[in-house]
Write a protein that binds this ligand. Structure first.
Ligand SMILES: Cc1ncc(COP(=O)(O)O)c(C=O)c1O
Length: 388
């Protein structure tokens, strides 16, 4: 049997209805049928990004979308302040260096949450900052950086644009783009959207459009102005990932049916159940301010994380993620982003405790599973949030 459970922080499982939508005959992207689908998708994206602005869909992974978010609003030699603290935050500094931009990295220790006061100090010292980038949910460490406070600092201390990597926070946490004054917010299809990888989303504020420099670094394919023009007509500039768009149409509809607050609450509860379960078997949670997209946890002493990841895969068909870069031997990352049901979480924590016992970690059988179940049982007695 080659069945396996995707239990990593992306790509996440694609619901069956969405998979079936991709299995139908292909439609042409210049057809009325596609236009109709794309119109719905554009409006669904605005709903989940909580913005009245256009959300541009690119056929690219999230990295391409974030690169476009930077290059389209920066000129050669512009200064960018990059809030670090993990692999993805640091990636945006690498991208900026590729374009010979003047990069000011705000160092944040992996596992720590970015300190708004540190950002304020950096901005107070410089007048020439064109953009600040923040990775809201840092998937490599499981930390959710304090976006509201960071946005506040950017707006108070500078006139820089605020570009936010929301790749594992949009659709997981409440990220009201317009209300927070975020200028550019980026998402990816394979995360909370539960669609296959291959689409990146870039929401752009009116302020960012107004401030777009004539000599911006945006390339030919990632020309957001052209995409904006075409997408306002429910078209894309080039051939899009049609099948992924069809799947996304289905999953956005599922999110709308569920309601935004319920989607956030489901993520919160699954995250709480996962954290409680791993804590119950004696594992140490990693990182301050945990994101509800992923639980980062330290492997027990004496058992390297890659051994757990491999055994979870080989013996239990459970695909979890290990640590990245210098954390690769010690960190495990358990995903709960996307259309995870309670039973998926129970499968994950139950497989993990079996696997840990196989590898010599002592914990009574059923401890993690029972702990997660208790979180769900207690929640069943609470009020279901009302829908926006
Ligand atoms: C926070 C964050 N940013 C960026 C990326 C990169 O996205 P992609 O792999 O779609 O290019 C990821 C992927 O896991 C992510 O979690």
């Amino acid at each position: 049997m080659d069945e396996h459970h995707l239990l990593a922080p992306g790509p996440t499982p694609v619901p069956e209805n969405a998979r079936l939508a991709m299995a139908k005959r292909l439609i042409h992207h210049r057809s009325d049928e596609f236009r109709e689908v794309f119109r719905r998708v554009r409006s669904g994206l605005q709903w989940i990004f909580q913005t009245d602005e256009d959300v541009i869909t690119l056929t690219s992974s999230g990295t391409g979308a974030f690169e476009a978010a930077m290059t389209n609003f920066l000129s050669p030699g512009s200064t960018v302040v990059v809030v670090g603290g993990g692999k993805f935050g640091e990636r945006w500094a690498d991208v900026a260096r590729r374009y010979d931009l003047d990069v000011v990295e705000m160092d944040v220790e992996w596992g720590e949450a970015a300190d708004p006061a540190q950002l304020a100090d950096i901005l107070a010292d410089r007048e020439d900052v064109s953009m600040v980038t923040v990775t809201h949910s840092e998937t490599s460490t499981g930390v959710l950086h304090p976006l509201e406070d960071l946005a506040d600092v950017v707006q108070r201390e500078s006139s820089a644009l605020l570009a936010v990597d929301g790749i594992t926070s949009v659709g997981v946490h409440d990220v009201p783009m317009d209300e927070l004054g975020v200028d550019v917010l980026v998402g990816g299809s394979q995360k909370a959207f539960g669609a296959p990888p291959g689409l990146g989303f870039v929401a752009v504020s009116a302020r960012a459009w107004r401030r777009q420099p004539d000599d911006h670094l945006g390339g030919y394919y990632f020309d957001l102005s052209r995409e904006r023009r075409r997408q306002s007509q429910d078209q894309t500039a080039f051939t899009p990932g049609i099948s992924q768009v069809l799947a996304l149409d289905v999953t956005l509809d599922m999110m709308r049916d569920e309601g935004r607050r319920s989607v956030f609450e489901r993520h919160r509860l699954n995250a709480e159940a996962t954290r409680t379960a791993v804590d119950a078997v004696g594992l140490e949670l990693f990182g301050a301010r945990p994101s509800n997209a992923v639980t980062a946890v330290l492997a027990p002493d004496g058992i390297p994380a890659p051994q757990i990841v491999d055994r979870m895969n080989d013996t239990y068909g459970a695909v979890i993620a290990g640590g990245q870069k210098h954390m690769s031997s010690e960190l495990l990352r358990l995903g709960h982003i996307g259309f995870f049901r309670r039973t998926d979480i129970l499968t994950m924590v139950s497989s993990l405790e079996l696997c840990l016992r196989d590898l010599g970690h002592s914990a009574d059988a059923g401890t993690a599973t029972a702990a997660a179940q208790r979180v769900y049982t207690n929640a069943s007695h609470q009020d279901v949030p009302s829908e926006p």
